[in-house]
Design a protein around this ligand. Structure first.
Ligand SMILES: NC(=O)c1ccc[n+]([C@@H]2O[C@H](COP(=O)([O-])OP(=O)(O)OC[C@H]3O[C@@H](n4cnc5c(N)ncnc54)[C@H](O)[C@@H]3O)[C@@H](O)[C@H]2O)c1
Length: 312
């Protein structure tokens, strides 16, 4: 079994580190365009084996896709990250060219690959990957909802004084500061509705803090975050590789589900050996439905840029 992570930057290297620690494959390829960079990161990670006791092998590669041949799951993290004050959407021009080329190169050597897209603006990069490769929708998974849901649980745990592990809460919609929808009315604390324990004002604050979770970190760190994004990407890969059939929210191509067509957007899915194995329906109330439609509108406008600029 082989897993490839493209982009050995902050998110890519952390994803690879998590994958290696979990021993999800015998062979992990970390590939970057910057000469020697992935090789260095891979060696650094390899040198933790004696301390952490894993046997997976990680190899760093500079832009040679023949080394990725036979990859089962690939994670695309290559591209520019956000800087303070930037939206994820502002990255579209540069990252579209990078993501398209990377996806096509991966497919050349691994025709059966399942692709997890992480690069931002993630929903649009997922749409681009699907359209550019022509792969069936179950094999293209946009990772954003898993991270946003983890951040939502963090905010809930802080406010409730609860263990994050006891919380069930998901974020649907786009992976953008204004497009994501933390579903607080559906969130539970060990099966009890969290709304029982939080005032309306507290609920609003938790939702607002979740939505700017990434931007808050970008402002503090000076670039976008990587520990939680890396752990989230590895969790998605794990569910596929180990056929765990875990429920995550992921950006997936919709063909009528949630009232949407020809768009990739975050909805609850089951992830197993075939990638996206099920898209789960959800009874949204009028307010949530309206938020989902608004989110789709914003992501669709972003996708249109791909056509207007000739990327698609
Ligand atoms: N979906 C999410 O939840 C999420 C979370 C965090 C970050 N991100 C996104 O992930 C991406 C990576 O973020 P980061 O912080 O790791 O950035 P980074 O700058 O640390 O790393 C990006 C890496 O991509 C490499 N790269 C650029 N072009 C390449 C190409 N054509 N082929 C191979 N490698 C190439 C660069 O050399 C660099 O090492 C950004 O677009 C960021 O916005 C997404």
């Amino acid at each position: 079994m082989k897993i490839t992570v493209v982009g050995a930057g902050a998110v890519g290297a952390t994803t690879a580190d998590n994958i290696v620690r979990k021993e999800l494959a015998e062979e992990i390829i970390l590939l970057d365009i910057k000469e020697g960079f992935a090789e260095g990161k891979a060696q650094d990670i390899s040198q933790t084996a004696a301390l952490l006791g894993f046997d997976s092998k990680i190899t760093g590669i500079t832009n040679d896709y023949s080394a990725t041949a036979g990859t089962s799951v690939a994670v695309i993290t290559s591209g520019l990250p956000r800087k303070p004050g930037m939206t994820r959407e502002e990255l579209i021009g540069t990252n579209a060219g990078i993501v398209r080329a990377v996806a096509e190169n991966l497919l050349k050597y691994s025709p059966n690959v399942i692709i997890v897209v992480v690069s931002n603006p993630m929903d649009t990069m997922t749409y681009l990957t699907l359209k550019a490769t022509g792969l069936p929708k179950n094999r293209i998974i946009g990772m954003g909802g898993t991270l946003d849901s983890a951040r939502f649980k963090y905010q809930l745990s802080q406010r409730l004084g609860a263990s994050s592990a006891d919380l069930n809460a998901i974020v649907i919609g786009g992976h953008g500061d204004t497009t994501m929808i933390p579903l607080i009315k559906h969130a539970t604390w060990n099966s009890l509705p969290v709304t029982e324990f939080l005032s309306a004002g507290e609920q609003q604050q938790i939702v607002a803090d979740t939505m700017v979770g990434g931007a808050t970190l970008t402002k503090l760190i000076g670039t976008s975050a990587w520990y939680a994004p890396g752990a989230s990407s590895a969790a998605v890969v794990e569910s596929i590789i180990r056929d765990q059939k875990k429920l995550f929210t992921a950006s997936v191509y919709l063909e009528g589900e949630y009232g949407q067509q020809d768009i990739t957007l975050g909805v609850p899915v089951v992830l197993g050996k075939d990638g996206i194995e099920k898209i789960l329906p959800l009874n949204l109330d009028t307010e949530e439905e309206a938020a989902f439609a608004k989110s789709a509108e914003a992501v669709r406008a972003m996708n249109n840029v791909l056509y207007e600029t000739g990327v698609l």
